[in-house]
Design a protein around this ligand. Structure first.
Ligand code: C5P
Length: 218
């Protein structure tokens, strides 16, 4: 059977990681969370105390950092950062780091290496448009801003962080705007992506819609 390459993109809180991980499990494929990579570099940059407007400095960190993804575990240079990369501080700064061309170049190279032999579900913002333009299946997941805020709020509470829905609303809105308007591979659906609005749909429903789509490709 063909080892599919599946790209899942969309804005913050659309449910990409939950859905992508489930699809990967169901199909026995590797799951790659590219957002975790941008978060990992942001975490390390914040730890090192570097000024985040120092693009050369942050790019240097991206080049020298070893990121291990072993879902749901994430390690940076051997240090477990699974929860730390989801902190409000990292979330607040990640889109600034993700705008940097050299950071993207380094991470995209790693992402393409991971997908080289197929058999992968990769989620992010630019997977269908830029990282894996020849993916067999491309899905763009969206949901209303209100629903995405609600989901992210519940997720933050579940992860043990405090959460204020009004602040989350502003944070998500601002992060989407930065991701959509940056000059290097902005967030947008690929021309050949299937757009799925997940507002009011359960995870099971969305997973099964994607699995149906995958069955048409094998
Ligand atoms: O998916 P997640 O919310 O963890 O992504 C965090 C941030 O990483 C996004 O808001 C975006 O700025 C950046 N990102 C990106 N390209 C990707 C994945 C994530 O720019 N492929």
């Amino acid at each position: 059977m063909k080892r599919l390459t599946i790209a899942i993109d969309g804005p913050a809180g659309a449910g990409k990681s939950t859905v992508a991980r489930r699809v990967a499990e169901e199909m026995g494929l590797l799951y790659v969370d590219t957002g975790a990579m941008y978060r990992a570099i942001t975490w390390k940059a914040l730890q090192s105390g570097i000024d985040l407007s120092d693009e050369q400095g942050v790019a240097g960190i991206a080049r020298e950092t070893e990121i291990e993804l072993n879902p749901p575990e994430v390690r940076v240079d051997g240090i477990r950062v699974t929860e730390a990369i989801r902190s409000p501080e990292v979330t607040q700064h990640v889109s600034k780091v993700a705008k940097m061309a050299e950071v993207r170049r380094v991470l995209v190279e790693k992402q393409r290496r991971l997908a080289r032999d197929g058999g992968v579900v990769m989620d992010g913002r630019d997977i269908g448009t830029h990282v894996l333009p020849d993916a067999d299946v491309k899905v763009f997941l969206t949901a209303s801003l209100e629903e995405r805020v609600r989901r992210r709020h519940l997720e933050m509470i579940r992860r043990g962080f405090s959460s204020d829905p009004d602040r989350l609303y502003q944070e998500i809105k601002q992060r989407d705007e930065m991701d959509e308007n940056r000059s290097h591979s902005p967030l947008r659906p690929a021309a050949d992506a299937v757009i799925m609005d997940t507002t009011g749909r359960s995870i099971d429903e969305v997973v099964s819609m994607i699995l149906d789509l995958c069955r048409t490709k094998v």
